[in-house]
Design a protein around this ligand. Structure first.
Ligand SMILES: [Zn+2]
Length: 89
């Protein structure tokens, strides 16, 4: 067994490495493994695209901090989704 072999990753691992993947901090073989997973796994692929867009927005506005209004909007959206889920009929 060598480090150069591409080991398949599962969803947990793919999500765990997401930020490293987007930041380009992974080794070539690891990147390839995650890429392979994303091609086969739709939920993970969508998660990556969402994160990539988010990072692009954040990167546009400020290199290091998340703008308050974006945080507030994400929080509001999450709370709204949660409220809809638990709302009694
Ligand atoms: Zn997956």
């Amino acid at each position: 067994m060598t480090m150069e072999n591409t080991t398949p990753v599962n969803c947990t691992e793919a999500v765990h490495e997401l930020y490293s993947y987007l930041d380009g901090e992974l080794t070539d073989s690891k990147r390839q493994a995650i890429k392979d997973h994303l091609q086969r796994c739709r939920p993970c692929d969508r998660a990556v695209q969402f994160e990539a867009e988010l990072l692009a927005i954040i990167g546009d506005r400020c290199a290091e901090t998340i703008p308050d209004d974006l945080t507030a909007r994400v929080k509001a959206a999450l709370e709204e989704a949660k409220a809809q889920e638990t709302e009694p009929s």
